[in-house]
Design a protein around this ligand. Sequence first.
Ligand code: NAD
Length: 358
Amino acid sequence: MATLGAASLAKFGVSTLLAAEPDKRLGFAFVGLGGFARDHLLPGMMRCKFCKPVALVSGHPEKAATVANQYGIDSKNIYNYDNYDSIKDNPQIDAVYIVLPNGMHAEYTIRAFQAGKHVMCEKPMANTVAECQAMIAAGKAAGKKLQIGYRMHWDAPTLACIDALRNGEIGPIQIIEAETGFTIGDPTQWRLNRKLAGGGCLMDIGIYSLSAARYLSGEEPTEVFAHTYHDTSDPRFKEVEQNCDFQLKFPSGVLASCLSSYDTNLNRYVVHGRDGQCVLDPGQPYEGAKFQIERRHIHGLQAVDVTPSDQFVGEMDGFAQAINGNGPFKATGEEGMQDMRIIEGIYESARTGERVKV
Ligand code: NAD
């Protein structure tokens, strides 16, 4: 069993530096206080060394007051969606983290750039490629940076798997299987509203399959072919797809077969090489991704024991450190837009029944 220690983690961009003094940390305003912001991002930021939460933007004053109290945020730094633009006058806010429904990402990112702030924005970057282009242009005009919340880009087992693949440990990659899904509940939620979500399972969870196929292969697809399905008698799927399967063809000949669903649980990536296979199962949990490898098809799958990393600390401190000039920018707006370009191709293929060049 191979073990990856601190040196390997540092190689993967996980900071081993000492924490910055509180007044030197990047001050974030959280925009949207839903489940993901409250359950994962705010607690994650409290574990960071280079960021701190300093402001909240919410349409619910009572919820915002409770969260501010919990995280020691000054009540004068609570904003709502009407006075959001006045964050420009608050020098404590260096950056915003957009954790709103997908259809609101573009507007709130562009307004943050106009207020002179850096932006972290959750995935998917926006509903359309045109919105992504406008977000990137606004960041450039403001001279500020944009990062998309691709937490798996900082996940140690995922990075160890990528490392093994690049080192040729299973020979040339032949086929990738990437499956992501969960059973969605409340039919009235924004994820099932086309305007707010931009689409169904593909936008929300299938984007992980797509992203994984790209980072595991290390290539960009040239062609897509897809099917979507929704049972319109199910109140959850009046507007968006329930299931989506898509195939990607990469320049080297690697093929990826990807599934996404809002009506069954899926969470597994398998990379088949000429000489073995790599498995991430589960493939995209918040913690506890498991990496297994089979070399030369002879010993069966062996677990690789990887020292875990903290995805949330990785992405937020990674962004702060890149802004400080101490590391590379990963998961940029261009990266988010590339997924949206391919997603538009997937939806076009599903609609027309044709293969689509991307
Ligand atoms: P959520 O429904 O729990 O929260 C959404 C928030 O937006 C709420 O605070 C809600 O009040 C606010 N909001 C403002 N205007 C709204 C409107 N018109 N309709 C509905 N809500 C409105 O959603 P969430 O799970 O926190 O997701 C938010 C974003 O985070 C999404 O873009 C989602 O894709 C992303 N996300 C990412 C991950 C990840 O692992 N990276 C996980 C979950 C969610």
